[in-house]
Design a protein around this ligand. Structure first.
Ligand code: SF4
Ligand code: SF4
Length: 126
């Protein structure tokens, strides 16, 4: 079957367009669902000296880049994200404000406040 050069390019472009649509559809379907993060507008931070945040990384979505809610909202920059692991909390910075626990979208929570048990209180901001 003979087809003109113009027809050939037209068909090629059409096939390419179809392939792009299929691939982008497949990528969209495989995107993980974004967790719903609570609004902190009404939250009153605790700031309990005898408490500190502790991570349960087996439940934390940060290890797969699925959530950075606590990391983004910790005003003391006490939280760091470790890819493939989850989060790490710097106890010397944590004031036990509870914001991270409040915003964590996982049930049960992947970060919780716990008593310090003999640990030094957090370093006070100047
Ligand atoms: S309790 Fe507050 S200061 Fe401590 S890690 Fe969570 S958000 Fe940061
Ligand atoms: S908010 Fe919860 S799930 Fe999200 S990164 Fe922090 S501990 Fe992990």
């Amino acid at each position: 079957m003979d087809i003109s050069r113009k027809e050939f390019f037209k068909k090629s472009l059409y096939s390419l367009g179809e392939a792009i649509t299929t691939v982008s559809g497949a990528l969209k379907e495989s995107e993980p669902e974004r967790p719903t993060i609570r609004d902190t507008a009404d939250f009153v931070p605790g700031g309990e000296e005898n408490m500190r945040a502790v991570a349960s990384n087996e439940r934390c979505l940060a290890k797969n880049c699925g959530c950075f809610a606590c990391f983004e909202r910790c005003e003391l920059q006490a939280i760091t994200v470790v890819m493939g692991e989850g989060i790490r909390i710097d106890e010397t910075r944590c004031t036990g404000c509870g914001t991270c626990e409040y915003v964590c979208p996982v049930t049960p929570k992947a970060v919780r406040l716990q008593p310090r048990k003999g640990l030094e209180p957090p370093i006070q901001k100047a």
